[in-house]
Design a binder for this molecule. Structure first.
Ligand code: TMP
Ligand code: ZN
Length: 411
């Protein structure tokens, strides 16, 4: 599937990752660096680039990346551990685990929960503290919970099944959209999910990305941009069935999908409601990106002219949150250190590096107040409430936030 050498070449996929059907191009954001490839100052010449473009499968409607970088190019020595340090997200995962104890797991004897890729580990830690059998399936491992260090697929699922038995819930948050070999995930589920178990996963929702012009959800690690229709088709293709959907307010608007083995549960009315809504919004139609792309370019023009105007007038602007998303924003728009001299971020592994592609220095949050800039460009807009509350003194000092989703505003 891949060209031989990294750094150049065409890494386009040959067909839909779900059904091998034909892909129709929808939007192209140009050459981009890997979103998490924060570079040391001496490394900038070896940066890898790929073409960031999305398309839709005209058979199963799955919206997905049209190119894919070799895994070897993604494995980066300084790969920053992905932790959002967000109290809102911690609470979200705690509440998720606690709600299972009250509902899905309430009547089960000695239930067993698997999480694929486990973020900060909060969901499983919450279950552990309640004495629930749990297992993280994750190549990198995480403190405080039981881990099976592997990718989730038929082989690892078989090993888990023989050691621990079937899983009542297999959960994944912000992970399934990042697993291009989706068939291998369903092959694992077929092995380890209990007959009456649930596969529960939550990821960014294409309907929200389009409604809020949150184009920066599109980057190398998000292979899929799910809709209820495309997830229903995907589940069906692999012998499962979409039985519930729930909209979540986190990360700019997600959906939590519940998938069961086919015929095991009656789908809730919420599935049909959202399917109808998607048809009304023409979400399954290849024309969906037509005005989205125009709105993204409007955001680009208005943000870039604002940043240039402020800089020319001698105002200081600092970035807040060196998110993976902001790689798309900075590189597609062309935001470099001449407009935003540094970006602060709470992740220690990112501090002291340069952002991918545009090479904006990353510094610790303490530098934000030393002294406060006139404006802060909120790259981590998905954590807006939490960050603005934490940095209350910035506004009190006369500082202003610049946000660009759903459109450019100074607040
Ligand atoms: P995320 O959008 O993937 O959750 O990443 C959020 C990034 O923003 C991550 O690099 C950490 C950073 N961040 C801060 O610097 N301060 C904060 O208060 C929060 C919530 C996140
Ligand atoms: Zn398809």
């Amino acid at each position: 599937m891949f060209a031989q050498s990294f750094g150049r070449g065409d890494f386009s996929v040959s067909g839909c990752r779900v059904c091998a059907g034909p892909l129709q191009a929808l939007a192209d954001f140009g050459r981009q660096p890997l979103s998490q490839a924060f570079v040391r100052p001496d490394e900038v010449s070896t940066e890898f680039c790929y073409q960031l473009a999305v398309g839709i499968c005209t058979d199963c409607t799955m919206v997905q990346l049209l190119h894919e970088v070799p895994t070897a190019a993604m494995v980066h020595e300084g790969y920053p551990y992905h932790s959002s340090n967000s109290t809102v997200m911690r609470k979200h995962f705690q509440d998720t685990a606690l709600s299972w104890l009250d509902n899905e797991l309430a009547d089960r004897r000695d239930p067993f929960v698997i999480e694929i890729g486990c973020n900060d580990g909060v969901t499983l830690q919450t279950l552990r503290d309640k004495g629930v059998r749990h297992l993280a399936v994750e190549p990198s491992g995480i403190a405080g919970v039981r881990v099976h260090k592997a990718f989730f697929n038929a082989a690892s699922a078989a090993a888990i099944h023989s050691a621990d038995g079937p899983a009542d819930i297999v959960y994944a948050a912000n992970t399934i959209c990042a697993l291009p070999d989706i068939a291998s995930v369903f092959a694992g589920l077929a092995v380890v999910l209990a007959d009456d178990g649930l596969f529960v996963f939550e990821d960014p929702y294409l309907g929200e990305i389009l409604a809020r012009t949150s184009f920066d959800q599109i980057y190398d690690e998000h292979f899929f941009y799910f809709t209820v229709r495309s997830v229903q088709n995907m589940a069906d293709r692999f012998g499962f069935e979409l039985v519930d959907v729930e909209r979540l307010p986190v990360h700019g608007g997600q959906i939590r999908y519940s998938v069961a083995r086919r015929g095991r549960r009656v789908p809730t009315p919420a599935v049909a409601v959202l399917l109808t809504e998607e048809e009304g919004a023409r979400l399954t139609n290849p024309s969906i990106f037509d005005d989205f792309v125009a709105r993204v370019d409007l955001t680009r023009d208005s943000l870039m002219s604002l940043l240039r105007r402020l800089t020319a007038a001698g105002h200081t602007v600092v970035g807040y949150g060196a998110t993976a998303k902001s790689a798309t924003t900075a590189n597609y728009f062309g935001i470099g250190p001449e407009l935003v001299p540094f970006v602060c971020d709470s992740t220690p592994a990112k501090q002291g590096t340069l952002t991918p592609g545009m090479h904006i220095p990353v510094r610790p949050p303490a530098d934000f107040a030393d002294p406060y800039p006139d404006y802060a460009l909120l790259f981590a807009w998905n954590h807006a409430d939490e960050i603005m509350a934490k940095e209350k003194a910035f506004r009190e000092s006369g500082g202003r936030w610049i946000v660009y989703v759903p459109d450019v505003r100074v607040v």
